[in-house]
Each structure stands twice: as structure tokens, then as C-alpha cells.
Design a protein around this ligand. Structure first.
Ligand code: PEP
Length: 247
């Protein structure tokens, strides 16, 4: 049984004082049988970790592939662990598209994070152009295998399937297509890692909101959601968390 995992990605939004107000709302809500994660900006990580109740996980939105040294502007795994942040999102489509992170760079980052003991949410997903050509399964499979190259165990890995055309656009991938792709991802993981992949959580991301959360989260191979826009308002995010309870 895979417990539902509700993850909020704040991207480049919320100052530390705005995050404080959100933390109060979340701390005052009770959740049962669901896991919750928030990924704020780097500068808010430390204060949010201190303010949020401990059962809510905190993740960075990115990490350096390098251990340490002359890499201006980068943040290392060791720096995250030192402030009690033990999870990281890697390979978000905004990192891949805007900051030109290739599968090779994403793979370096995954290897770095795993070797340092961090939990990883690895993001994958096709563009609208690829889907229109009917090549989405092949594309996502290649992205998955290239991003996980030389990774021996899935123990600390969650996969997030996020079709690029559904991110921040209000266009949600319909729940049947999303389930189908998440199932393809699981089958690919089973081929590579055998039964271990049965317990790997696979999330869907792309315009998830309170109104569509239950339908998406009810699918067999969708073990949670990665939420951008709707994670910025505490009432909406809490509603999405509630949708994942007891499913
Ligand atoms: C995301 O950025 O991971 C995301 C899914 O964004 P949104 O929910 O706004 O589409």
C-alpha cells in the first residue's frame, strides 16, 4: 500500500514572512494517513523547517551536482542536510527548459543527492509537441532511464510525471491519460529494478487544484501530486491534502 504524497512546489514565490503565515495555517490542520511536503525557495528553507510541524517534510527545489568548491550561486547537499532539509526536487521542467539542464546533468544531480542520503523527487514529462506526435511514452521512458542511469536502488526516489503542457496552464492531463503514463513509468521501473518498483511512489503534476484532486488521486498508479500554483494558497493546498487522506 503506497500512502498518498501531497507535495507543494512554491517555485520563486513567497518571502520568509509570507511562508510563516502559511506555516501557521498548515500547523493548525490535522492530516491522517497522508504524507505532505513543501518545497520553498532556498532562502526560506531554514526558517520554514523550524516553523512547520515536524511531520511535514521540507524539500529544496534544486541542488548542485558538485560536492563543494568554486561554483558561484550553487547549493550543495551538505548545506541542505546541515539545516535539516533531507529532500530535493530534481529535473523540474523549468530547470530543464529555462536553465538547460540535460538528462546528463539531472542524472549527476540525482547521483549526488542519493549518495549524500537525500530523498529525491525526480520530475519527467513531455512537451505538447511530443504528445501531438504520439511519442510521449517513448520520450518519458528515455528521460526516466537516462535520469536514473547508474542508480542501483529506488529506495529514496519518488517520480513525478509532469506533462510540460499542463504545468501552470490550467490544462490538466485527463486522469485516464495521467494514470496510463504513470503505469508505463511503473512498468519501466519494474523492468529495471524488479518488485522494488511496486513501492516507488509516482506522482502526477500539472494544474492540480482542489476541484480535480480526488479524481487524480483515486487512480491506482498515481500515488500523489506535485502542485505548483494551488500550493501557494493554504486553503487550496489543505483541501488537496484532505483529498489524499485515506485513499
Ligand atoms: C509544477 O510546477 O510542478 C506544477 C505542477 O505547477 P502547476 O500545479 O501550477 O501546474
Amino acid at each position: 500500500m503506497r500512502r498518498k504524497y501531497i507535495c507543494g512546489n512554491w517555485k520563486m514565490n513567497k518571502t520568509s514572512s509570507e511562508a510563516r503565515k502559511f506555516a501557521k495555517d498548515l500547523n493548525n490542520s490535522e492530516f491522517k494517513n497522508v504524507d505532505v511536503l513543501i518545497a520553498p525557495s532556498f532562502v526560506t528553507l531554514e526558517s520554514l523547517r523550524k516553523e512547520l510541524k515536524s511531520e511535514i517534510e521540507i524539500a529544496a527545489q534544486n541542488i548542485s551536482q558538485y560536492e563543494n568548491g568554486a561554483y558561484t550561486g550553487e547549493v550543495s547537499a551538505e548545506m541542505l542536510k546541515d539545516i535539516d532539509v533531507n529532500s530535493v526536487i530534481i529535473g523540474h521542467s523549468e530547470r530543464r527548459e529555462i536553465f538547460k539542464e540535460s538528462n546528463e546533468i539531472v542524472n549527476e544531480k540525482v547521483k549526488r543527492a542519493i549518495s549524500e542520503g537525500l530523498k529525491v523527487i525526480l520530475c519527467l514529462g513531455e512537451s505538447e509537441e511530443i504528445r501531438e506526435k504520439g511519442k510521449e511514452v517513448e520520450f518519458v521512458r528515455d528521460e526516466l532511464l537516462a535520469s536514473l542511469k547508474d542508480i542501483k536502488t529506488l529506495e529514496n526516489i519518488t517520480i513525478a510525471y509532469e506533462p510540460i503542457w499542463a504545468i501552470g496552464t490550467g490544462k490538466t492531463c485527463n486522469s485516464i491519460d495521467a494514470e496510463e503514463m504513470c503505469k508505463e513509468i511503473r512498468n519501466t521501473l519494474i523492468e529495471e529494478y524488479t518488485e522494488e518498483a511496486d513501492s516507488t511512489r509516482i506522482l502526477y503534476g500539472g494544474s492540480v487544484k482542489p476541484e480535480n484532486a480526488v479524481e487524480i488521486l483515486s487512480k491506482e498508479n498515481i500515488d500523489g501530486v506535485l502542485v505548483g500554483g494551488a500550493s501557494l494558497k493554504s486553503e487550496d493546498f489543505i483541501e488537496i491534502i484532505k483529498a489524499g487522506e485515506n485513499l
